[in-house]
Design a protein around this ligand. Structure first.
Ligand SMILES: Nc1ncnc2c1ncn2[C@@H]1O[C@H](COP(=O)(O)OP(=O)(O)O)[C@@H](O)[C@H]1O
Ligand SMILES: [Mg+2]
Length: 248
C-alpha cells in the first residue's frame, strides 16, 4: 500500500480550478519530485494535503486514514511535516526557540520540554544552523532561512516531509547542498519526501520519480530521465519563462 494516495483531488478558488482531478501516490521511502511551472498547482496540492485548505473534491489517504479536510495541526500530528515556500520564522525568538516550538506543538504526545529542546538542537545541527540559545534570525539569508524551515518541519518528527520550493532564491552551490540535505534526511531519518520545485535541474539528481503538473493537471508520472525527454514535459517547460528540461 502506498504511504500517501491522492485520488481525484480538486481545489477551486471561485471560478479558478487550481487543481483538477489529480491522482498520485507516494511510496514509503521515496523522494518524489512534484514539478511544474509557476501557477500549475503545486503549492495548492501541498496545502490540501497539509490541511491549509479543505479539497473541493477528492480523497487523500495517509497510511490508510482519510485525511482530506483535517486541520493542519491534526495532519501534522499524523506524521506529515511541511515547509513553506515563503519562510516566516518568529523574528523575535532565537533559532532554537523557533524549532523547539515546532517540536512542542508538532507532536501528538505530551512531549517533555527537555525532549523538545533536544529535538530542536538535533534538527538545527542536521541542517547546519547554530543550535545555541542566542542565535537569532537576524542577518540570515535565503539559504539559511530555508534550512530553518527544514529544521522546523523535521522537529515535528514527520514520516512524510512536504518540502515546498526549497531551492528558490539559492545559488547553484546552495542548491546542490539543499539537494544533498534532503537525501541525508531520507537516508539517516527514514523520512519519505515530496519535493516541490518549479526548476528541474538539481532535483532530477535526487528524486526517484517525478509528477509533472501543468494548469492543475498531471501531464507526466515516471522516472526523472524519462521526464526530461517527454514531449509534453519539454513543451511545458520550453513554452514558459522557466528553465528548459535538464538545465540547472
Ligand atoms: N488562496 C488562493 N486564492 C485564489 N487563488 C489561488 C490561491 N492559491 C493559489 N491560487 C491560484 O491557484 C493557482 C495555482 O497556484 P499554486 O498552487 O500556488 O501554484 P504553484 O505552487 O505551482 O506555483 C494559481 O493560479 C494561483 O493564482
Ligand atoms: Mg508554489
Amino acid at each position: 500500500m502506498a504511504m500517501l494516495s491522492a485520488t481525484g483531488l480538486t481545489k477551486t478558488f471561485g471560478a479558478l480550478v487550481a487543481v483538477n482531478n489529480v491522482s498520485f501516490e507516494v511510496e514509503q521511502g521515496e523522494i518524489l519530485g512534484l514539478i511544474g511551472p509557476n501557477g500549475s498547482g503545486k503549492s495548492t496540492i501541498f496545502n490540501c494535503i497539509a490541511g491549509m485548505y479543505a479539497p473541493s473534491a477528492g480523497s487523500i489517504r495517509f497510511q490508510g486514514d482519510e485525511i482530506a479536510g483535517l486541520t493542519a495541526d491534526r495532519v501534522c500530528h499524523k506524521g506529515i511535516g511541511r515547509t513553506f515556500q515563503i519562510p516566516r520564522p518568529f523574528r523575535n525568538l532565537s533559532l532554537l526557540e523557533n524549532v523547539a516550538l515546532s517540536a512542542y506543538f508538532g507532536q501528538d504526545r505530551s512531549a517533555s520540554r527537555s525532549n523538545c529542546w533536544r529535538a530542536a538542537e538535533q534538527a538545527l545541527e542536521l541542517v547546519g544552523l547554530p543550535s545555541d540559545a542566542h542565535s537569532t534570525t537576524a542577518g540570515l539569508g535565503a539559504a539559511a532561512l530555508k534550512k530553518l524551515e527544514l529544521a522546523r518541519a523535521i522537529a515535528t518528527q514527520p514520516r512524510l516531509l512536504l518540502a515546498d520550493e526549497s531551492l528558490n532564491g539559492l545559488d547553484h552551490h546552495e542548491m546542490e547542498q539543499a539537494a544533498d540535505m534532503l537525501q541525508r534526511i531520507r537516508r539517516d531519518m527514514g523520512i519519505t519526501i515530496v519535493w516541490v520545485e518549479h526548476i528541474m535541474g538539481v532535483l532530477m539528481r535526487v528524486v526517484d520519480r517525478v509528477v509533472v503538473l501543468d494548469h492543475g493537471e498531471i501531464i507526466f508520472v515516471g522516472g526523472p530521465s524519462a521526464a526530461q525527454t517527454d514531449a509534453r514535459v519539454v513543451e511545458v517547460y520550453l513554452g514558459t519563462s522557466e528553465q528548459p528540461a535538464g538545465a540547472a
